[in-house]
Design a protein around this ligand. Structure first.
Ligand code: GDP
Ligand code: GDP
Length: 435
């Protein structure tokens, strides 16, 4: 059970500053373990041996209060739904505002443990100002300074007492991270919008091209997954080259962070060089893959069209031929969820472990039937096979002359493994070891 704390409050009270303070130490450790820098709207914190996830709603909402009021309301509701406790942040120096009162009204309906953090209480005299917020009638008020850390200990001591559990050290372990990649205009944003309708995080359309991808948590057909969304940040460059450049850069970054990539292509344009590059890179990095041929509605079809189309794609990708291809139309809502379901399946295949006994029982007879050809007068004997721990499925073949295994035979073995143990969409590595 993960403990989740949402920090809510109107803009500029210091939510992000406080968030960063909470996650600072632990986030560094998490980044170190996973090798990726995560979305800063979610972070991991620890206090007195209890682990928790922090949501910074300030990261979702920026800008003036009036413009975003309804979005804030929606966002805060979402955060509250997910949270096990809430830190409601207000600003001592501004005092109680009408907007604070509106927030308090939303929070009162939540029934979740709520803590008022009266921020910017940098000095004792400023702390006195915090008393005003008792008027909100949401319980204890904690004067804090997000900037210098004052008062945060007292708040956190009480906060962690409300947690239902000790928390989990790595809440993302085992949850597939899926990114949606593809050239501009293939339908990535449309796909994301179709998947979550209006509930997607609010991203304000501010200048700047280099903002990181957003990691959003989803739950569908009983499965949790994280979508790494690069689509919301496109179309920012003034010139076409800029857009291309950033789209490539972001794709590479998102690829690195994901377990499975959905490569979206435009049915009318077909597989292009950039797509082939992404796929061969994904293969080398051991990522799971799904190809989504979108805008299938625009194609004149007969019963053979899909098969022909698939064949063309595999020709361009040769020798890679194990990636599932889904023909979709986001516009006509065809096979949209299937794409995600497929990606989750690919993740499951990617993370499964075939027992050694099963592997030998199935593959050794295949080898007996078609043994490796003798090379330089040496007979090659494969004695046993085992799946070794790695980022993606890797199989060690123990044999007497590993250096003499030919690429064509390696290919034969890979195909037998794929035939018998469903690794659709997943790169598979074969390692030959001396025994
Ligand atoms: P958010 O919009 O609620 O996320 O607010 P930010 O974290 O972006 O902070 C808004 C402004 O308040 C920034 O200029 C911060 O430097 C400042 N700020 C945040 N916490 C404190 C604090 O404890 N004391 C003082 N004096 N300023 C703070
Ligand atoms: P992105 O740049 O990859 O995020 O692409 P968008 O989602 O912005 O889509 C680009 C254009 O393609 C928009 O005009 C969409 O309405 C359109 N589009 C997206 N999916 C489909 C589809 O399945 N069929 C058709 N005909 N148009 C689509």
């Amino acid at each position: 059970m993960a403990n989740v704390v949402a920090i809510v409050g109107r803009p500029n009270v210091g939510k992000s500053t406080f968030f960063n303070r909470l996650i600072e130490k632990r986030q560094a450790i998490m980044d170190d373990i996973s090798g990726v820098t995560r979305d800063r709207h979610y972070g991991y914190a620890e206090w007195c041996g209890k682990f928790f996830t922090v949501i910074d709603t300030g990261g979702y909402v920026t800008g003036s209060e009036d413009k975003f009021e309804s979005e804030i309301r929606k966002q805060v509701k979402l955060a509250i739904d997910e949270a096990s406790a809430i830190i409601f942040m207000v600003d001592c120096r501004d005092g109680l505002t009408g907007f604070d009162k509106e927030f308090a009204n939303i929070l009162r309906t939540s029934k979740k443990p709520t803590f008022i953090a009266a921020n910017k209480a940098d000095t004792p005299d400023k702390s006195m100002l915090a008393a005003e917020f008792y008027e909100l009638a949401l319980g204890e008020v904690y004067p804090v300074s997000a900037e210098n850390g004052g008062g945060t200990g007292e708040l956190l001591d009480e906060l962690v007492k409300t947690f239902p559990s000790e928390g989990v050290e790595d809440p993302d372990a085992g949850i597939p991270r899926i990114s949606i990649l593809g050239r501009p205009n293939v339908g990535k944003s449309s796909l994301l919008n179709a998947l979550l309708g209006t509930e997607r995080s609010i991203v304000t359309d501010e200048a700047g091209t280099t903002r990181d991808a957003i990691h959003s948590y989803y739950k569908m057909f009983g499965k949790n997954f994280i979508l790494i969304d690069t689509a919301g940040i496109r179309k920012k460059g003034k010139v076409k080259d800029d857009i291309e450049f950033y789209s490539v850069l972001r794709s590479l970054r998102a690829l690195e962070e994901s377990d499975v990539v959905i490569v979206v292509i435009d049915a009318e344009r077909g597989m292009e060089a950039q797509d082939v590059n992404i796929i061969s890179l994904a293969q080398r990095q051991g990522k799971g893959m799904v190809i989504m041929v979108n805008k299938w509605d625009l194609i004149q079809k007969d019963s053979k069209t899909a098969d022909k189309y698939k064949k063309e794609i595999y020709e361009k990708l040769a020798p890679i031929d194990y990636i599932p291809i889904i023909f979709s139309s986001v516009l006509e809502k065809q096979r949209v969820f299937q794409v995600i379901e497929k990606a989750v399946n690919v993740f499951d295949s990617k993370t499964k472990k075939i027992p050694t006994s099963k592997l030998n029982e199935v593959i050794l007879p295949e080898i007996e039937r078609y043994p490796p050809p003798a090379t330089k007068g040496k007979f090659i004997q494969i004695k046993y096979i085992t799946q070794v721990a790695a980022r993606f499925p890797s199989f060690a073949f123990f044999c007497n002359h590993p250096q003499y295994i030919q690429p064509s035979y390696e290919r034969f073995l890979e195909n037998r493994i794929r035939e018998n143990f469903d690794f659709e969409g997943v790169p598979v590595r074969l390692i030959f070891k001396k025994k």
